[in-house]
Structures are given as C-alpha cells and as structure tokens.
Ligand binder design. Structure first.
Ligand code: 2DT
Ligand code: MG
Length: 212
C-alpha cells in the first residue's frame, strides 16, 4: 500500500514568449490548487533574488553588459542552484508551478545567435517537468496587448525568433495553449490538464532526463 508521504508533487511548467500571460496563469493555477486542498508553490526563473539572479537582473534590467555565453551559463546556474530546493518540495508532496525554465534558456540564447546544441549542454541532466504548457500567440497580438517593457529582450524582432525557437524545441507531449483565449478559458484548460497530471505522477520517480 502506498505510503502517503511517498506521494510526490508534480512539476508543472509554463513556457512562452513575453506577454502571453504565463505569470498570471501560473498564479491562478497555484491559487486554484491550494483552494482545492493541494499544496502548490509558484516558482519563477530567472530567480532574481540570488547572487547569480542579481547578475542576471543587472544584465536584463540595468543595462550591465555581459558576454552572451556567460549570461547563458548564469541562467543555467540559476536553475541548478535551485534544484535541491525544488526536489525537496516535490518529494514532500508539494506541486511546483514553474514560470519559465530551460526551454526559455535555450530559446532566447539561440534566438540571439548562439549555437542551439551548445545552448542545451549546461542544462543536460536537469530535472524534467511532468507537464509543460506552451502559451502561444503571435508576437503582433502580444504587442497589441500593451507592448513590451524596457528590458533587454523585450523587442519584436528578438521575440519573433524566440517563438520560432520554442516551436523548434517543442516536445511531443507539450500542451500548446492558444493564449488569445480569455483568462478564464485558459485557466480552466490549464487546471483540468494539471489535475490529470497530478493524478498520475504521485508514485513515479523524479526524472533527470532533460534534453535526452
Ligand atoms: P521574465 O520576464 O520571465 O522575468 O524573464 N530568459 C529566461 C533567458 O534568456 N534565459 C533563461 O534561462 C530564462 C529562464 C526570458 C526575463 C527574460 O529572461 C529570458 C525573458
Ligand atoms: Mg519579462
């Protein structure tokens, strides 16, 4: 008989270009799971609160220049430094709803012109999500929603290449979500799929098979 303490949490990822509603939907998903009596936590990459995250924030938001490869490795290191905590939460049965991960890491750096194969290497062996949602809409439409902010990557030409990279990286099991739907429609779709996944992963092992 399964020991309740052994039922692990699900790793649920939201990916997509800027302004597709990832952060809003991640928050709503966490709230909905918590209201249903399931422990769920929101996690965000980059995590700008760590020392590595502060270097990333300096680059993205404060105009500090860094070599493209170096910043790519910082984004990956920012995931590796969190992985112990993430695994601990999952092992104790808390679901994690994660806003961006290694797919953003590769999509953005490759869109800047770095070699795709090279970009994948630092994240090899990282924990693999149980469920990946890709919130997708045209860059034109995301611009119409109020445009991009002032950060380094919030530019139409780059975002267009990032979207192409995401589609090139897309795995067969990704759930591609039409991000032009209403917030309520998207939320309902995400919650239903997330609950189905949660029902399946409980007694399975964590997978460290990223990019394999
Ligand atoms: P937010 O707007 O979500 O804070 O992201 N990015 C993100 C990368 O280039 N590599 C990565 O590994 C990750 C996680 C996406 C800030 C920007 O950082 C990009 C947008
Ligand atoms: Mg942003």
């Amino acid at each position: 008989k399964a020991n309740h303490a052994m039922v692990r949490g699900a790793f649920i990822l939201l990916e997509g270009c800027d302004r597709t509603g990832k952060s809003t939907q991640a928050e709503r998903l966490v709230d909905a799971l918590n209201r249903r009596g399931q422990r769920a936590l929101l996690w965000k990459f980059p995590d700008r609160t760590t020392r590595i995250g502060q270097m990333i924030d300096g680059y993205l938001a404060k105009g500090q220049d860094l070599n493209d490869q170096a910043v790519h490795l910082l984004f990956s290191a920012n995931r590796w430094e969190a992985i112990g905590q993430i695994q601990a939460h999952l092992r104790e049965g808390t679901h994690l709803v994660v806003d961006r991960y290694a797919y953003s890491g590769v999509a953005f750096s490759a869109a800047k012109g770095l070699d795709l194969h090279w970009c994948k290497q630092p994240d090899v062996g990282l924990l693999t999500p149980d469920l990946t949602f890709f919130l997708d809409m045209s860059i034109e439409e995301s611009m119409n929603r109020g445009g991009f902010g002032q950060e380094r990557y919030e530019k139409v030409a780059l975002q267009t290449r990032v979207r192409e990279m995401f589609h090139a990286l897309r795995e067969p099991d990704w759930k591609v979500i039409d991000a032009t739907q209403t917030k309520d429609q998207i939320h309902a779709e995400l919650l239903g799929i997330a609950q189905a996944t949660i029902g399946c992963v409980g007694n399975t092992e964590l997978k460290h098979t990223l990019w394999t």
